[in-house]
Design a protein. Structure first.
Length: 216
């Protein structure tokens, strides 16, 4: 997908994205029934606010790409996973947009002014039970390809997949694995030797569905 076309289709940005592929939602491998989700956290107010940056930029050929990270293995809940750059809100952040931009600067060295970053809006808040964060995806576009450098204690690698990989006809890989004692099955977007799954995949699948809408 060309960058100019992607920007045109991203505006206006909806508050809630359409649903991506249903197969992205984890189910029990033996029965296919949905995995139960705890009811605490988002409901009781104990979850910590966070934000991630969904940054679309043009590559050297003018195609639209995204900035993702492979998280460094630090033994935590999300070590080694593919995610958007981002993290928890801090007291000095003006808002969650500022959180996303600051965290991207810290994790991948994003210079928002150098890249000509323009924020399009924020998406529906996502609750992550494993770490008890409420995560707000902040969608932005960059006029130029950003110059990025991974912060080694947090980011093992910076990934720049084409946006087209997450359109409704994008490739999916079915994965079965044990997660916190449950044998689960889910679809993931293959990215080099990695799988994009969980919240990151659901946001990207919804974004792909929005980009592919016929009335744009």
């Amino acid at each position: 997908m060309r960058f100019e076309e992607a920007v045109r289709r991203l505006e206006p940005l909806p508050d809630v994205l359409p649903e991506g592929p249903e197969a992205l939602i984890p189910v029990f491998a033996d029965s296919g029934s949905p995995r139960p989700r705890p009811s605490w956290g988002a409901a009781d107010g104990s979850a910590r606010p966070a934000a991630v940056l969904v940054l679309v930029f043009p590559d050297d050929d003018g195609d639209a790409r995204l900035v993702l990270t492979e998280r460094a293995d630090r033994g935590g809940h999300h070590s080694g996973e593919v995610s958007f750059p981002g993290g928890s809100a801090e007291a000095g952040d003006a808002d969650l947009v500022a959180t996303a931009i600051r965290e991207a600067g810290e994790e991948v060295g994003l210079d928002a002014a150098q890249a000509g970053v323009r924020v399009l809006g924020m998406l529906e808040v996502q609750w992550i039970p494993a770490s008890n964060f409420t995560v707000t995806p902040v969608v932005a576009v960059a006029e130029r390809r950003p110059v990025l450098t991974p912060q080694p204690t947090e980011v093992a690698a910076i990934l720049e997949p084409p946006l087209a990989a997450f359109l409704p006809d994008g490739e999916l890989r079915v994965v079965e694995r044990e997660i916190r004692g449950w044998q689960l099955r889910y679809a993931a977007y293959p990215l080099e030797h990695l799988n994009v799954w969980g919240m990151t995949a659901r946001v990207l699948g919804g974004l792909g569905a929005w980009l592919a809408r016929t009335d744009a």
